[in-house]
Design a protein. Structure first.
Lengths: 114, 112
């Protein structure tokens, strides 16, 4: 009865490199949310996806960030040409339908940009 | 735009000393108000969802209540293992899915 899984748990990148963060939702969940937690700040919504569709990306920076949730496999959050300000904890959450009593969060990926 | 404000930012209690955490919210069309607990280096862990003013939910030493403008998380006779950051979040009817707007959290420390 695995929960939401994220990998890697820790990721170090140099400025200008690409970061790929993966999220496997709970079994039976087809709705995925990505949130970012900057140091000393609260969690901020980035993007909401269903299988093969981006539903709401209003919280995601327009440049360098993209997300996908293919028919098969995990959801991917991709950050191109990372900068130091991208250093943060990135959390994925999943739910079984559009409106659910709760979202279940993964353990997060901590991205450090050198 | 949704706003969620939590107070205090940090709270230190002695074991057994009951207290309350506050979450004030401004949202048009509240769909639900959520409480999560977050331990250092981990993801948020779900505690409660409240839907309408007057609703209350309990779990062990925790009790959450909701009014039209605020929610409170009451902690009765806390233990050191209750030390964590407590997060409040809202979901709005007009937005897609269950996207959450979080407050910045209250960091609770319970000393033995």
């Amino acid at each position: 009865n695995a929960g939401v899984m994220q990998n890697p748990r820790h990721l170090v990148r140099r400025r200008g490199q690409e970061a790929r963060l993966r999220c496997s939702p709970m079994k039976g969940h087809s709705h995925v949310y990505w949130y970012r937690q900057l140091p000393e700040e609260g969690l901020k919504f980035m993007v909401y996806l269903q299988k093969e569709n981006i539903i709401d990306e209003s919280g995601m920076p327009k440049e360098r960030f993209s997300a996908e949730f293919p028919k098969e496999g995990p959801s991917i959050l991709r950050i191109q040409q990372v900068v130091r300000g991208d250093s943060a904890a990135y959390f994925c959450a999943s739910s079984p339908r559009e409106w659910a009593d709760t979202q279940y969060f993964g353990p997060g990926t901590r991205l450090t940009v050198l | 735009e949704d706003q969620v404000t939590q107070s205090p930012e940090a709270l230190r209690l002695q074991e057994g000393e009951s207290s309350s955490l506050n979450c004030s919210y401004t949202v048009s069309g509240l769909r639900g108000l959520f409480w999560y607990r977050q331990d250092p280096g981990k993801g948020p862990e779900f505690l409660f969802t409240l839907y309408s003013a007057g609703e209350e939910k309990e779990k062990e030493r925790l009790k959450a209540t909701l009014t039209k403008k605020e929610s409170f998380l009451h902690i009765t006779a806390p233990k050191p293992e209750d030390s964590a950051t407590y997060l409040c979040a809202t979901a709005q009817k007009e937005t897609s899915g269950s996207r959450l707007t979080f407050g910045e959290g209250t960091q609770l420390t319970v000393n033995p």
